[in-house]
Ligand binder design. Structure first.
Ligand SMILES: Nc1ncnc2c1ncn2[C@@H]1O[C@H](COP(=O)(O)OP(=O)(O)O)[C@@H](O)[C@H]1O
Ligand SMILES: Cc1ncc(COP(=O)(O)O)c(N)n1
Length: 487
């Protein structure tokens, strides 16, 4: 690879520039690649629908493909609209001859209206082509056609269908949640554990952007994956970055004013958007639902009003002691990676205080009892922290929610303090202005790391923060569900 990934789109056209090769070329460029395109079909379409399709003779498709591959070393291929079985055959033959290192197939089969675009022979040929790709990116309707089952109505059904497609083709599947109902818009990679991690599923959560301008999102996502993978990202990292970028492109879509139907997304929003919003403000706002969940969970309410049962609190503290031991290791690692002496000293002090001060507080409550074995929520959280230590920025982002969410809770719960409050020393520790100041410093450090990070690294930081915040919620929920005395 030359450094700049050379990515070829094999797809149809969209003269309004929102889908097909036009979306692909914009996406490849926006994500740092060099885009090339071979046209499979000339499509007279706009944001309101398809009017006419002209398919050049298959011999001319071969001529275009060969013209590129005879001359250019191709790092990745994204395949989109392929109109019939003969075209699919030509592309399969070419792939067999040229074997580009990354092949992403977007199996364009079903129009937004729900109409099938391919005949039965072409659908069979496309199933065959799935086995030649490294990644296949069906939407829910296409997944139904490829697996021969009804369209999934829930995310769980969709995951099930994606597993079937992976099992029958051996190919990694990117399952897209764009056509589900609800406020969430998740995507997931479904495939072998070595590629996607535990359970064979790597889910990337996302919020649904309230816009009708979603024309070309499937094309854009698949070419984003091809570009990022060719640039050296793992498949899960590529999906995190692709989704962050695409969500931004959707959020800026309405400002484009292109067409009167379902308009395109803004592929170049990152060039236009001034980077004036702090990273911390973005991730804190994005975690609003999780933070509300923490404030409203029974454990935190009971802690605030003092009604929490002592055995539940003790169980929590035993887990927190286990957590803090690991957390201190990660803080010490942040100190080792820190780019300045101030930051190095800050993380070393934080590691020290996690180990000494907080453990002392806890041992007072634990009455000398040995910390229990870690519960699943504890292990899941510390595993996530350890897995997030690839770079300084990612590590700092992963450890930040434990500061910030506790300082935020401490400040909120301070009003509930009184001399006879059963958990007054816990409330005092996290409501302490010194802890708030340490948290503010951790936030400043994270923002500085985000400012110096590439867009790719910044996306990984956001994902690490989001996941840690979710682990905080699960950690607070665990005592009520698991304390043995209540079983
Ligand atoms: N309204 C939306 N808000 C956020 N993401 C969306 C929205 N609609 C689609 N997406 C994302 O766009 C990509 C394409 O998804 P989808 O619409 O399911 O496929 P297709 O465009 O092939 O029909 C996925 O990453 C999906 O999560
Ligand atoms: C040439 C061409 N290829 C694909 C699509 C599907 O677009 P979407 O990404 O919205 O599914 C399209 N409308 N035109």
């Amino acid at each position: 690879m030359s450094g700049i990934p050379r990515v070829l789109s094999i797809a149809g056209t969209d003269p309004t520039g929102g889908a097909g090769i036009h979306a692909d070329l914009k996406t490849i460029g926006a994500l740092g690649g060099y885009g090339m395109a071979v046209v499979t079909a000339l499509v007279a379409q706009n944001t309101r629908g398809v009017r006419e399709v002209h398919v050049p003779p298959v011999g001319f498709l071969t001529a275009q493909l060969d013209a590129v591959s005879d001359d250019v070393e191709i790092d990745a291929v994204k395949i989109g609209m392929l109109q019939d079985a003969a075209i699919i055959e030509v592309v399969r033959d070419w792939l067999a001859r040229v074997r580009p290192p990354v092949v992403v197939l977007d199996p364009v089969m079903v129009a937004t209206s729900g109409d099938r675009l391919l005949d039965a022979a072409a659908e069979d040929a496309l199933r065959g082509l799935c086995t030649d790709a490294d990644l296949v990116t069906p939407n829910l309707a296409e997944l139904a056609v490829l697996t021969g089952r009804p369209v999934a109505a829930t995310w769980d059904e969709a995951l099930d269908a994606a597993r079937r497609l992976h099992e029958s083709t051996g190919t990694l599947v990117l399952l897209k949640g764009g056509h589900l109902d609800g406020a969430d818009c998740p995507d997931a990679l479904v495939g072998p554990v070595p590629l996607v991690g535990p359970g064979g599923v790597h889910e990337v959560a996302g919020a649904r952007v309230a816009t009708r301008n979603t024309h070309g999102t499937g094309c854009s996502l698949s070419s984003a994956m091809a570009t990022l993978r060719a640039g050296g990202a793992s498949w899960p990292d590529a999906l995190v970055r692709a989704k962050q970028w695409l969500t931004g492109a959707l959020a800026h879509a309405d400002a484009l004013h292109v067409g009167r139907g379902n308009g395109p997304v803004d592929h170049f929003h990152e060039l236009r958007a001034p980077a004036d919003r702090a990273w911390s403000a973005e991730v804190w706002d994005a975690a609003a639902a999780v933070r509300a969940g923490i404030e409203e969970c029974a454990f935190v309410r009971g802690l605030g009003d003092g009604s929490l049962e002592r055995d539940v609190f003790t169980w929590y503290l035993a887990q927190d002691a286990r957590y803090l031991g690991e957390y201190a290791r990660l803080l010490a690692r942040a100190s080792a990676l820190a780019p300045t002496a101030d930051e190095q000293a800050f993380w070393a002090r934080s590691a020290q205080s996690a180990l000494v001060e907080e453990q002392r507080l806890h041992s007072a409550h634990l009455d000398g009892r040995r910390p229990a074995d870690p519960a699943p929520a504890t292990t899941a959280y510390t595993d996530h922290l350890h897995a997030s230590g690839r770079t300084y920025g990612e590590l700092v982002a992963a450890v930040l929610p434990c500061f910030w969410i506790y300082a935020d809770l401490g400040t909120r719960l301070t009003a509930a303090r009184h001399e006879t409050h059963p958990y007054d020393d816990w409330l005092a520790a996290y409501g302490d202005p010194a802890f708030a100041e340490a948290t503010a410093q951790a936030v400043r450090i994270a923002d500085a790391a985000a400012g110096a990070a590439s867009a790719h690294e910044r996306a990984r930081m956001s994902e690490a923060f989001r996941r840690s915040a979710e682990h905080e919620l699960r950690f607070f929920e665990a005592p009520m569900a698991l304390v043995p005395a209540r079983a």
